[in-house]
Structures are given as C-alpha cells and as structure tokens.
Design a binder for this molecule. Structure first.
Ligand code: PSU
Ligand code: MN
Length: 316
C-alpha cells in the first residue's frame, strides 16, 4: 500500500493479530443504523462479549473523529450506538470522513476493507447488502458486493434480507467471483427466513472446512471474499405471511417517500421492526449472534490450522 496507513488498531486486536490468535471483525452500521436505540448498545456489547467468551478477540470497526479504528473502547462503542450524528460510511465515504474528522459507522463494505487492511480474515455481520428490488431501473446495488469482490475476507452472514432481490444478488455474487458456501445448508438463507428457493453449489458441515477453503483460496492467490451463508434455526423464522405483507408495504412507502441511496436499507429495516412489533428485530439480533458464533469457530479453526497466518498477513 502506498503512503502511511491512518488506521488505528486497538492494543487487544494488535496483540491478537501479532500472536496469530483468532480475531473476528464486527461492523458498526448494523449498530448505528440497523437496530433501534438503546437496544443497539446492549447488542454491540453482547456481540463482543460473545466472541471473547469463545476465546476470540472482537474487532468492532468504525471511524471516530476521522480516525478509522479497528477495535473500539467502550466510550467509542457507546458513541456509535447512542450518538444520532453518526453517519453511515461505505468505502467511498471513508476518505471524506477521515479528511473532515467525521464520526461514522462502517458498512459491510467498509468494515471488510478496513479489517482486511490490517490482516483480519474473519468478519461476522447480519445480512449482506445486495441488489435491491427494482434495481433494473434504480441501479441500487450495495457497494458491499463490489468491495467483497476484491477483499480477501470471510464474511459470515444469514444470507441477504428478502427486502432485496435474492436471485439478482446471487447472480452478482457469481459474476463478481465471490465464493459462496452454505453452512450446514444447501439453500441460500433469506435472513428473516432460514431458507429460500435458491440452491447453493457448495455446503460445509463445520468450521474447519471453511478454514481449509480459506487456505485453498490463498494458495490460489485469490483476493476475493468468501461468503459463508448461515441460516437461522427454522423455529426462529418470521411468519411468512406477516413477512410478505410488511415487505409489500415497506417497499411501497419507500417509493412514495422517494427514499434513495444509502437511506434505503435503514428505512426498510426500521419499517420491518416497527410493523412486525419487534419480531423482525429479535430475529435480526439472533441472526447476528448466530453469525458471530460461527465466525468465531472459523477464526479458531483458522488460527489453529495456520500458525503462520500472523506473519503472512499482519502489517502494523
Ligand atoms: N444487514 C443488517 N443490518 C444492517 C445492514 C445489513 O441486518 O444494518 C447494513 C450493513 O452495514 C450493510 C448495509 O453493509 O446495511 C448495506 O447498505 P446498502 O444497501 O446501502 O449498501
Ligand atoms: Mn444502495
């Protein structure tokens, strides 16, 4: 990389990376713009603790006063959760936020990019961004997809939300050369719904198989992401009838109000949480918890399988 990195890594994350110990990156847009206050703060802390309880160092990522930070201290985590001025930062926003000293939460795209820059190989989120319904006209496709095409990180997600066009998203993942693996599933999960009608080509039955796949990707010199699609247990699915009704309303309201750009996803999520009386919120939180658990297991398998990982990937 040309120039000097302006990324600041917390002591805990730096030590873990230097020692080849397992680390999982966590995004902050989910906290700041995906979950309602004050629940979002509890969830942010709980997710970190969940990783620690499994012997994995969490690295929540955000830009604080213009500084991209990998691993937040408690005041910064609270700020991301509580402060209504925190903006949503995708990759293209990062240089402006850094130059202006702004504070913002990072999406899957920008979290993956920053994590990868310091050698983190695992990342847990809720659902990936993808191709929005109606994208044929609106061209609304998340920058998550194109960033993952060039970012060597393994992302555990519960698929993509049904607010998106699942078929179009899968097609774009294929075009962009992003590896997609079902975690104990052969169908692509639909976030609120554990299964969709879309089959996956590849399935793994445990974390060590994902670590082996990462090693194989590295050996091939691939620099694209691996998406691990991890469905919720079926007893946690949102009632499909409720889901379909709310989805239709949410999309119509978004169109009526002319919601555009990066406001679309937060608007749809918030509408879902409100119109399902919080049912979608609980599912959303459970999906992230589930993904942190699997990402932590993969990070442990990766660290165990590849003691040289730190030497190879960490650039302080
Ligand atoms: N999935 C969630 N909650 C979220 C998001 C995804 O369950 O808040 C966020 C992620 O940060 C993702 C972003 O990267 O939405 C995608 O936004 P957009 O569609 O504007 O790219
Ligand atoms: Mn968009």
């Amino acid at each position: 990389m040309a120039g000097r990195s302006n990324i600041v890594v917390s002591a805990a994350v730096r030590d873990a990376l230097a020692g080849g110990a397992p680390v999982v990156a966590l995004e902050s847009t989910l906290i700041a713009h995906g979950l309602p206050r004050p629940r979002n703060r509890e969830v942010a802390m709980e997710l970190e603790q969940q990783a620690r309880d499994r012997g994995v160092t969490p690295a929540t990522i955000a830009v604080i006063d213009g500084v991209p930070r990998i691993g937040l201290d408690e005041p910064d985590l609270r700020r991301i959760a509580d402060d209504t001025h925190v903006v949503k930062l995708s990759v293209r926003d990062l240089p402006v936020a850094c130059a202006t000293g702004w504070t913002g939460a990072t999406t899957v795209a920008s979290t993956a990019l920053l994590a990868s820059r310091v050698g983190i190989r695992l990342f847990a989120t809720g659902g990936l961004g993808g191709v929005h319904r109606g994208a044929g006209d609106s061209f609304d496709e998340s920058a998550d997809l194109v960033t993952l095409a060039t970012t060597p990180i393994t992302v555990v997600s519960a698929g993509v939300k049904s607010i998106l066009g699942i078929s179009a998203t899968l097609e774009r993942l294929e075009t962009l050369g992003i590896t997609v693996i079902g975690y104990r599933t052969s169908t692509f999960p639909g976030f609120y719904l554990p299964h969709t009608t879309y089959d996956l080509d590849w399935r793994v039955s445990d974390a060590s198989q994902v670590a082996t796949t990462m090693t194989a990707a590295d050996a091939l010199g691939l620099t694209s992401a691996i998406v691990v699609a991890n469905p919720l247990p079926s007893d946690q699915a949102l009632d499909p009838a409720l889901h379909d009704r709310v989805l239709a309303d949410a999309l119509a309201w978004a169109a009526e109000r002319g919601i555009r750009g990066k406001a679309v996803t937060p608007f749809l999520l918030e509408t879902f949480h409100r119109e399902t009386d919080g049912a979608s919120l609980e599912i959303n939180i459970n999906a992230v918890r589930n993904n942190v658990a699997v990402a932590a297991d993969i990070a442990l398998a990766w660290a165990a399988a590849d003691p040289a990982a730190a030497d190879r990937t960490y650039r302080p």
